[in-house]
Design a protein around this ligand. Structure first.
Ligand SMILES: O=C1O[C@H](COP(=O)(O)O)[C@@H](O)[C@H](O)[C@H]1O
Length: 308
């Protein structure tokens, strides 16, 4: 059995050889870089920040989407191998479009979709067919295009109040933790998702956890609700920080220059005033944190704090 990376590298190697043989028929000099193309060399820049996790900064959205798909496929494969399932919690917003490569070759065939259990990190309290629904966004953009098992798609109850929907969802997650469909944290009773995927707004919000909101201090609930979201729609439910920070892997996917300042405040050493920015409070206790950024989003970062 080959891993995803090996299969993709094999595909790319064949494509490179074809390209090389066609190219050499017409050119005498072949640039060395063509011979060393691999998914990792497509990545523009990868480094580790001294305490804010791994940073992957990409030349453009195509490269970012390719690397993100490969990252998710590798975690899925490792989790299915280890636990027999892959419990993934997704956000809404721009993230879903950036996950589009998963619906294409080779991932649409090589990912073990039947083992996926899908959850939402946050959801807007609207009907499932409403344009603001994070479920609808993921269904239209991703889930309807790959063979996930419908009963493994754990969407939020859209026919009750925000408070009831949050309670229902937490109860549902508790049942799946009992059966270990979702793993459990080693140092608390929190669920330990195999992967939590977050986006970030220009104000530094992640999930539906907004700056200066009291829910940032929530320690006991796993899922909570908000009725005064500064970004419409106002009613939402969201995972709390203890759940996000208990995951085995957390990826924050951020693109565009409108988010560059929030990226800086979330990652760089910027002093005590910004320690409570929601994106900065994403600090997995034991899990691995990876930032997927494009160049505009990363443009205000201080490079001196990274190591290759
Ligand atoms: O409202 C929300 O916003 C964030 C960020 O969205 P983006 O479009 O700026 O990437 C998203 O992660 C969250 O799930 C969503 O409910």
């Amino acid at each position: 059995m080959y891993t995803h990376r090996e299969r993709v590298e094999a595909d790319m190697h064949i494509n490179n050889l074809l390209f090389v043989s066609i190219y050499t028929r017409h050119h005498h000099h072949l640039p060395f870089s063509f011979l060393s193309l691999s998914p990792s060399s497509l990545m523009a820049h990868s480094s580790v920040h001294k305490d804010r996790g791994e940073l992957r900064i990409h030349e453009n959205l195509v490269e970012l989407g390719t690397d993100l798909a490969e990252y998710i496929a590798e975690l899925s494969e490792a989790s299915v191998k280890e636990r027999g399932v892959f419990a993934i919690a997704i956000s809404g917003g721009s993230l879903i479009g950036l996950m589009g490569k998963l619906c294409e070759a080779p991932y649409h065939k090589t990912v073990d979709w039947a083992k996926w259990y899908i959850f939402w990190v946050d959801e807007r309290v609207v009907g499932k067919t409403h344009a603001d629904s994070n479920y609808k966004l993921a269904k239209d953009g991703l889930l309807s295009k790959v063979p996930v098992v419908p009963s493994h798609v754990n969407s939020i109850n859209d026919s009750v109040s925000a408070e009831e929907a949050a309670d229902d969802y937490e109860f549902h997650i508790r049942q799946l933790v009992k059966t270990r469909t979702i793993n459990v944290s080693d140092n608390s009773d929190c669920p330990k998702f195999d992967l939590i995927l977050l986006g970030m707004g220009p104000d530094g919000h992640v999930a539906s956890l907004f700056p200066n909101h009291p829910m940032l201090d929530e320690k006991s609930e796993w899922v909570t609700f908000i009725t005064d979201s500064p970004k419409p729609p106002p009613e939402r439910i969201t995972f709390t920080l203890p759940v996000i920070n208990s995951a085995s892997n957390v990826a924050v996917v951020v693109t565009g220059d409108s988010k560059a300042e929030a990226v800086r405040l979330a990652i760089d050493d910027v002093g005590p005033d910004h320690l409570s920015l929601p994106a900065r409070l994403v600090q997995p206790t034991k899990g691995k944190l990876v930032w997927f950024l494009d160049k505009p989003a990363a443009s205000k970062l201080d490079g001196s704090q990274f190591s290759e």
